[in-house]
Structures are given as C-alpha cells and as structure tokens.
Design a protein around this ligand. Structure first.
Ligand SMILES: NC(=O)c1ccc[n+]([C@@H]2O[C@H](COP(=O)([O-])OP(=O)(O)OC[C@H]3O[C@@H](n4cnc5c(N)ncnc54)[C@H](O)[C@@H]3O)[C@@H](O)[C@H]2O)c1
Ligand SMILES: O=c1ccn([C@@H]2O[C@H](COP(=O)(O)OP(=O)(O)O[C@H]3O[C@H](CO)[C@H](O)[C@H](O)[C@H]3O)[C@@H](O)[C@H]2O)c(=O)[nH]1
Length: 329
C-alpha cells in the first residue's frame, strides 16, 4: 500500500517516511520544499516537488500511485510568524488543506492522518488537557490547524473520509540512528535553538518571558521525541486500515518541562555553559500546555519508548553536530 506523505521532506514527515520504510511500506512524498529538504527524502522514495494547493498535481499524484491514504504534515509552523502573517497561514494551512481534502476525496482516498497541534487548546491553566477540553487557540497558527480538524470532521460525516487528527505537543529530538532531524537553520524551536547555542551557531539563547504563572516563571511544555511521534502515526494508520473510526488524539507524555529546565538539561548533557538572556514574552505563547495522553494509549495501543528529556536533548544535539559537519565538508 502506497502512503502519500505531504510535507514528507520536513522534520517530522521525514521521520514518518523512515518509520514507514523500516516496516517495509512504500511512501510517496509531496512537498513544495518551502521549509523541507529534498535530501531529507531517502533514496528510492518518490518526491513530488509541488504544492498541496495544486489540485491537478495532487489528483495526478493520487492517480499515478494508487493512493488511498494520506498523512498530511505540510504546513507553515511558526507561531509568532502566524501572528505577523495570519492570512499567509490561513492560506497555506487552511485553504490549501481544504483543496487537498477535496481532491483526495474525489480521487478515492478514504483515510487521512492529520498533523494537528496542542496550539488548538490555547491558554490552559497548566493542568494536563484532554481531547474534550474546549478549543480556544490564541494564535492564527492554532486557529489555522483547528479549522482543518473541523473540515476533516465535516468531510467525514458527508463523504465517509475517516481521519485521525493527532494533536502534537512539542516535538523534539532526532532519529536515534542519525538519519534525520530538524534541519532548518532558522528554526525557532527551543531545543533546536539551544543545540545551536551549544555549538556556537547562535551567540545566546533568549528566554521569552520569566513572568508567567508557572513554577519558575518560564513557559511549560510537554516535549515528545519525534520517533515516538512517528510510531503514533503508524499506529493511527493501522487503526484506520483495520476499519477504525475517526479519532482526535493528544500526542505527548503528560509531563510539563519549563524553558529554564530545558536549558539546564542542554547545558548538563552538552557540558557547555552557553549564554542565556532573559527577554520579553513572545507573542502567541500560552503559559503552560501539557497533554493528558491516555486516549492514544487506549485507542491505538501506542506507548512511548523514548520518554526521557536527556535522550531527546542528546539526539537533537547529535543531529546539530551532524549538520555542522556536513556543512563544513
Ligand atoms: N514541530 C512541532 O513541534 C509541531 C508541533 C505540533 C504540530 N506540528 C505540525 O507538524 C507538521 C510538520 O511540522 P514540522 O515540524 O515537520 O515542520 P517542517 O517545516 O519541517 O515541515 C513542513 C513541511 O511541509 C512542507 N510544506 C509547507 N507548505 C506546503 C505546501 N503548501 N505544499 C507542500 N508542502 C508544503 C514544507 O516544505 C516542509 O517540508 C505541521 O503540520 C505542523 O503544524 C509540529
Ligand atoms: O529561543 C527560544 C525558543 C523558544 N522559547 C520558549 O520555549 C517554549 C517552546 O517554544 P517552541 O518555539 O519550541 O514551541 P511552541 O510551544 O511555540 O510551539 C510548538 O508547539 C506547539 C504546540 O504546543 C505548536 O504545535 C507549534 O507548531 C510548535 O512550534 C516557548 O515558551 C517559547 O517562548 C524560548 O524561550 N526561547
């Protein structure tokens, strides 16, 4: 069975492509390479370079490869950018997802896994949130993804498309075998930025706000290893292939870690005391967001294998070193 992976040249998508190959499946990647890399798509995996908003291209790809299922990662993903450019985010993440979904249904696709986000919940009190919590995103990014969840749910009722919306919490780390990782140099994610600070690629790390109502004043997030997340997608595919119905599932470990704690782990694991500056809050950031992650275990039988912040940080750092060596070569 051939699986179409939109955004498969990106960070998380490339890890799913590896996980699919590891279990003998046949992925095809559709990616416009706006933030992804052709080299991140393993040799032998077809890469269709183009936009998911291009209905003709999507229809052709579905027909050419006999696609019945899509894992949909393609999106713009930077929360503060979405505050500055909301319409660009609604176009790419919402409107183009609408085109993708419509074209998929017309082409006979009946299963879709969607990369949703904890950002759909908004500013929660800090208690772990389950999937029944009200959705009240505080950023255009979060709203752009929530609207796609709604489209999938409505299309499911009207057209029989079954889907699993996976609400990722904070994804971090890299493939334990060193085959992929987060590669965008201008990335804004905390663990990636901290790894770059360790290697001297950034002069310092800014902590965006230490005046939040949290245990040390910095924001709390639930960090999940990217390979555990890839496994959750395999389990979601198996669920739908087995005839299972549509689901919305949190993907996290249920553990909140503060920005200052992440920095402490990065310094300890690397042995490098990089400079840290306390800076103002960043627009669109909720104070605390931690998953209640029971449903994914009971519905999919998924359980994490790499629930360890030291290990996540170590793998992120190893990938950053790899990128640096590759650049120098
Ligand atoms: N990284 C996180 O912590 C996180 C958390 C929650 C949800 N997510 C979601 O996971 C998904 C993947 O994120 P990522 O971290 O791998 O980001 P990424 O930027 O590395 O990957 C996104 C990929 O989509 C491609 N893309 C973007 N728009 C496209 C379009 N219109 N047509 C075709 N390709 C397009 C990009 O080129 C890139 O390869 C996104 O949907 C994101 O919203 C990520
Ligand atoms: O240089 C930095 C980078 C980040 N942070 C802080 O670290 C925390 C985590 O920030 P990230 O940018 O790593 O991640 P976000 O929580 O903003 O967002 C991520 O997780 C969300 C879900 O919680 C979304 O899905 C989104 O796609 C994904 O980027 C935030 O408090 C942020 O202010 C810093 O202090 N300094």
């Amino acid at each position: 069975m051939t699986v179409l992976v939109t955004g498969g040249a990106g960070y998380i998508g490339s890890h799913l492509v590896l996980a699919l190959l590891d279990r003998g499946e046949t992925p095809v990647v559709l990616d416009n390479l706006s933030t992804g890399f052709a080299w991140a798509v393993p040799a032998g995996v077809p890469l269709v370079t183009g936009d998911m908003g291009d209905a003709d291209l999507v229809a052709r790809t579905i027909a050419d490869h006999g696609i019945r299922e899509i894992v949909h990662f393609a999106a713009k993903i930077v929360v503060p950018d979405s505050v500055a450019d909301p319409l660009g985010y609604y176009l790419n993440n919402t409107s183009k997802s609408r085109t993708l979904i419509e074209t998929a249904i017309r082409g006979g696709v009946d299963r879709m896994i969607f990369s949703s986000t904890a950002a759909v919940y908004g500013d929660v009190s800090g208690d772990p949130v389950d999937e029944t919590a009200p959705t009240a995103p505080v950023s255009p990014y979060g709203r752009s993804k929530l609207m796609t969840e709604w489209m999938l749910a409505d299309a499911g009722v009207a057209h029989g498309l079954r889907s699993v919306a996976l609400r990722y919490f904070n994804v971090a780390g890299a493939d334990p075998a060193g085959r992929s990782g987060q590669s965008m140099q201008a990335a804004t994610h905390l663990i990636k930025v901290a790894a770059q600070a360790v290697l001297g690629q950034r002069p310092k790390l800014d902590v965006f706000g230490t005046d939040y109502p949290t245990r040390d004043g910095s924001c709390l997030r639930d960090y999940i290893h990217v390979s555990d997340l890839a496994d959750a997608h395999l389990a979601a595919l198996d669920h739908l292939r087995g005839g299972g119905g549509s689901l919305t599932l949190n993907c996290g470990y249920g553990q909140g870690t503060s920005v200052l704690e992440v920095i402490e782990v990065m310094k300890r694991v690397s042995g490098v005391d990089f400079p840290v500056a306390i800076s103002p809050r960043r627009p669109g950031d909720p104070a605390a967001i931690v998953a209640k992650a029971d449903r994914i275990r009971s519905e999919l039988g998924w359980s994490p294998k790499r629930d360890d912040l030291d290990g996540i940080v170590r793998s992120a750092l190893a990938w950053e070193r790899h990128l640096l060596t590759a650049k120098a070569a």
